[in-house]
Design a protein around this ligand. Structure first.
Ligand code: ADP
Length: 399
């Protein structure tokens, strides 16, 4: 069965078409600037094997974007399939499932309502995800669709990990708590590790280090803690997000600079992290580490704070799990930067972590020494495949 995986943003739509008979990627594409006019650059790109299409097309809304996607997927020359009927199901990435979803679900009206109800928790993404689902439904009304939530994997966290130390009424009335994100990636990677090592009884720390970054503590395949919180702002230092900080900073800066709460949150989301701490040098790890290696103070301090925080979370999670068997690195930085992994694991020998410099430099799967008590692995994440697998499982059960 071919499954279309959709990740709809407020003005963008990412997609992959996967043949689930052999988990082969048939097509991959991106539509940007949905709802915008008067731009010059191309805003649609698709890759089918070696065939690449790039187009400039003004699109009023997500429905028009979907129509374009289907047109290009079924293009006789540059497309991947003959017609729409060969798409057996659609899997949608949805950011915030709140406490309503512990796993992926078949999309029906009650699911749409729950995604809508969770908009206050994911005000930027949930409306876009919903728009994407509705647009897709209009075009393929008879194709089953599945929602896969970024928060679902973390729903196994115990209360001691998800409650914040504020008046309990905010949990009761506003549902303020830690939810965590990147759950599809953490779940995929932890399952891959269990498969690779042939055992489920593992205490793992997963480091998903990309532009957005998060870590999780996983015991016997279940998440017991994660670094992102009510929103993806908490935790590690990221490309443009601050991660953890004293909440009083918000009031302090807001008062002195006359900023509103929402301006402060935008500042912490968009112009902090790498870009902020490096004084505007870059939001991209490659630039930060290159600058650090060249002795540039801005790159050095950013890499230092970034890696120190990861190390602190590893220690905290080892304590939370009462042990540690595996540390896993994944996503753009985790999969590709041996410098990042080496820095993050500095001074962790006491925990039983012994990094093999050669294996690390060669981006091997196992990068710890043979004697290391804790195994350190590099495992590529594949959120789209995880979404497609869930979709297949749910849709197959319908028959
Ligand atoms: P997201 O999906 O959150 O947008 P990615 O997982 O694609 O982000 O990760 C993006 C980050 O990965 C960037 O900071 C980038 O510098 C880093 N990255 C990507 N490729 C490499 C590489 N070959 N070496 C070092 N860092 C890399």
């Amino acid at each position: 069965m071919n499954i279309l995986v959709i990740n709809a943003g407020s003005s963008s739509l990412k997609y992959q078409l996967i043949d689930m008979d052999n988990e082969a990627l048939l097509a991959k594409g991106l539509v940007e600037r949905i709802g915008f006019t008067g731009f010059d650059s191309d805003n649609f790109s698709q890759k089918v094997g070696d065939k690449k299409v790039s187009l400039h097309k003004e699109l009023k809304n997500h429905k028009e974007a979907f129509e374009l996607v289907i047109k290009e997927l079924t293009d006789p020359e540059m497309g991947a399939i003959k017609d729409m009927s060969s798409i057996g199901a659609v899997g949608h990435r949805v950011l915030h499932g709140g406490a309503d979803f512990t796993q992926s679900v078949l999309i029906a009206d009650d699911v749409l309502k729950a995604i809508e109800d969770n908009i206050p928790l994911g005000p930027l993404h949930n409306p876009a995800n919903l728009t994407g689902i509705l647009a897709c439904r209009e075009i393929m009304p008879d194709v089953p669709m599945v929602a896969v939530f970024d928060t679902a994997f973390h729903q196994t966290m115990p209360r001691r990990a998800y409650l914040y130390g504020i008046d309990y009424k905010y949990y009761e009335t506003l549902k303020i708590r830690r939810y965590g994100f990147h759950g599809t990636s953490h779940r995929f990677v932890s399952a891959e590790v269990a498969k690779m090592l042939g055992r489920n009884d593992l205490k793992m720390v997963i480091c998903h280090l990309g532009n957005g970054s998060s870590m999780s503590a996983v015991v016997n395949g279940k998440c017991i803690d994660t670094s992102m919180g009510l929103t993806p702002l908490e935790g590690l230092l990221m490309g443009t997000r601050s991660g953890d900080l004293d909440p009083a900073v918000i009031g302090f800066v807001a008062e002195r600079e006359g900023k509103s709460a929402s301006e402060m949150i935008t500042m912490l989301n968009k112009s902090s992290g790498f870009i902020g701490l490096s004084g505007g040098l870059s939001n991209d790890w490659r630039d930060i580490i290159a600058a650090a290696k060249a002795g540039d103070e801005r790159g050095k301090r950013t890499a230092e704070v970034w890696s120190y925080r990861i190390r602190k979370y590893i220690g905290a999670y080892a304590a939370a799990m009462n042990g540690l068997d595996v540390v896993v690195f994944t996503a753009g930085i985790g999969e590709n930067s041996s410098d990042a992994r080496r820095l993050a694991l500095e001074d962790t020998q006491w925990l039983g972590i012994e990094l093999d410099e050669k294996r690390n430099a060669a981006n091997e799967t196992v990068i710890s020494t043979d004697n290391s008590k804790v195994k350190v692995l590099v495992v590529p994440t594949n959120e789209e495949l995880a979404i497609a697998r869930d979709t297949l499982e749910i849709v197959s059960a319908l028959k």
